[in-house]
Design a protein around this ligand. Structure first.
Ligand SMILES: Cc1cc2nc3c(=O)[nH]c(=O)nc-3n(C[C@H](O)[C@H](O)[C@H](O)COP(=O)(O)OP(=O)(O)OC[C@H]3O[C@@H](n4cnc5c(N)ncnc54)[C@H](O)[C@@H]3O)c2cc1C
Length: 505
């Protein structure tokens, strides 16, 4: 029987839980990290972004965690930790497919969009092989002397006398651990529901999607496939599309492909539940996957000799992905972002959003010996910020689902997201820490996104025809103009953006 007292107990050793433990330990707090599984283990959520990497660099500096700086760029990652698997991610690429037809495009890349997020491979973002990255961070937790319990379940939580006491159980021990604060980094609403009866809801989200995904070997690179097609030119691509978060837009929704250095590929289909049924996904994931692929011969060609990778060696099928907890804290419990909620993987907001929430929470506990009411007031503001963020991400993503059958429209709506990222990056570069991810609570950003969403809803209601699409593109160009340092939506760009990335610190 163990019984110890901590400042913070953190449940969940995904990257967020481990980073929370490491940073709080550096602040002089006594920390314990509890994981119910065992590392290395499969995890999804692999594609980082310039914002995620900016935050990693700041956390590295502020909490003296230099290894975070190293993994914030592909070049320094390879130099320092070549054994931790990742892939180069130079930006975002989108390819629009028609069900039943081979992928085609024209010299203006009408069905293709490439958006660079870095200007060279060395400075680029990365696709994280989460089994390795998360195990690496847990290793750092152990090296820092932080108490770490693996394969341990938290079965009860009891608050009394100004502290939280958790009952824990594993195969070889049971006991009680007490803390001033219990941080929930489990990436799921389940623990909050079991321990505190806090509910999660989905209904208020516009986005409505579920996923089927896994890791694969022997997937033919998409650019290799394109090169073999006489009628498709990839000369003007700003980067190798396999070195990106590669999105295939399909009738059912979209598909992600993230390639790691050893040619392992993370891939998943997102199904738009507003228009498609997923009855068969759970009962028969293999057949469902093959059926999805079979509608798109060009993608299917890349997967004709592919096999499931040994880890996880199976398909993962989700229910509706959108969820948000009704509250993210109580008197002694706080949920990190991915516990608090999630929208959808489109445009890879997850890691950056998670890190931005963690960064804000760490600021909140930066000052020691604060009165509990002061902390609760700050948490109230944190919760409100998070709600703004989920709301904004939801509209940004839902509009992409809605517009995806008209690629010009999708392109224009996607640029609203990139305008938000530029706004946020610029705020950080100007030296202040934004209150919200993507400046979601900024009135001008809200107006930009809400107007774009309403505009889209209106033109989608009856059509839209070419004239309406052109009007939407023109209005979007005007709306994003204050943030548009990258020539977004300029016609001479031909859907190829070489320089959206500001020079990030
Ligand atoms: C289908 C899908 C695709 C995604 N793709 C992307 C992407 O491409 N890019 C991106 O940026 N984001 C993506 N995301 C989001 C991304 O997964 C999250 O932002 C990220 O995983 C959050 O990390 P985390 O450490 O907070 O939580 P998690 O990665 O969820 O880690 C939680 C940890 O807690 C442990 N745990 C769970 N329950 C308990 C418990 N009761 N007690 C103790 N430990 C527990 C788990 O075993 C795990 O180790 C995606 C999400 C989904 C669902």
């Amino acid at each position: 029987m163990i019984h110890s007292r901590y400042d913070f107990i953190i449940a969940g050793s995904g990257f967020a839980g481990s980073l929370a433990a490491l940073a709080m330990n550096q602040c002089g707090y006594r920390v314990c990290l509890i994981e119910k599984e065992k590392h290395p283990r499969f995890a999804v959520g692999e594609s980082s972004t310039p914002i995620a990497d900016m935050i990693l660099r700041r956390l590295a500096d502020k909490y003296n965690l230099p290894f975070l700086e190293k993994i914030s760029r592909y070049g320094s990652w390879q130099e320092s930790y070549p054994e931790i698997l990742c892939g180069i991610k130079r930006g975002f690429s989108y390819f629009s497919h028609v069900r039943g037809s081979k992928f085609i495009t024209d010299k203006n890349h009408s069905n293709t969009l490439l958006v660079a997020a870095s200007s060279n491979d060395l400075d680029s973002d990365t696709n994280w092989y989460r089994a390795d990255v998360d195990a690496f961070l847990v290793q750092k937790v152990l090296e820092a002397g932080i108490d770490y319990l693996e394969q341990t379940n938290i079965v009860n939580a009891d608050e009394s006398q100004g502290m939280m006491t958790l009952s824990i159980q594993s195969d070889d021990q049971a006991g009680y651990l007490s803390c001033n604060w219990f941080i929930d980094a489990t990436g799921s609403p389940d623990l909050a529901s079991d321990l505190f009866d806090i509910q999660s809801s989905s209904e208020h989200f516009q986005t409505n999607s579920s996923a089927i995904y896994s890791h694969f070997q022997n997937v033919i690179p998409w650019t290799q496939y394109l090169k073999q097609q006489q009628d498709i030119s990839i000369q003007k691509y700003p980067f190798n599309a396999d070195h990106s978060a590669l999105h295939h837009l399909v009738d059912e929704g979209w598909m992600w492909n993230l390639r790691f250095k050893n040619n392992l590929v993370s891939a998943g289909f997102l199904i738009d539940l507003n228009n498609h049924r997923t009855d068969n996904l759970r009962e028969n994931p293999e057949t469902s996957w093959d059926k999805l692929l079979s509608g798109y011969s060009s993608i299917a060609k890349c997967y004709e000799n592919a096999q499931l990778a040994p880890i996880p060696g199976r398909f993962v099928v989700t229910g509706r992905l959108q969820r948000q907890l009704e509250k993210i804290f109580n008197s002694r419990w706080i949920a990190l972002n991915h516990t608090a909620g999630f929208v959808d993987p489109l445009h890879s907001t997850g890691i950056a959003h998670t890190l931005s929430g963690l960064e804000r929470l760490l600021e909140l506990f930066n000052t020691k010996d604060q009165q509990i009411q002061v902390i609760h007031n700050k948490l109230e503001r944190h919760q409100s910020a998070l709600s703004h963020e989920f709301y904004l991400i939801d509209l940004l993503v839902a509009g992409c689902y809605l517009s995806r059958h008209h690629f010009n429209l999708f392109h224009a709506y996607t640029m609203v997201y990139f305008a938000c990222t530029i706004s946020y990056e610029q705020s950080r570069l100007a030296g202040h820490l934004p209150d919200t991810y993507l400046n979601a609570a900024d009135l001008k950003i809200r107006k930009l996104v809400e107007e774009s969403w309403q505009d889209l809803l209106e033109i989608m209601e009856h059509g839209p025809d070419q004239k309406q699409i052109s009007g939407f593109i023109r209005r979007t160009r005007e709306r994003i103009e204050p943030y548009n340092i990258a020539g977004l939506l300029e016609s001479d760009k031909e859907n190829m953006y070489h320089h959206t990335a500001v020079s990030l610190k």
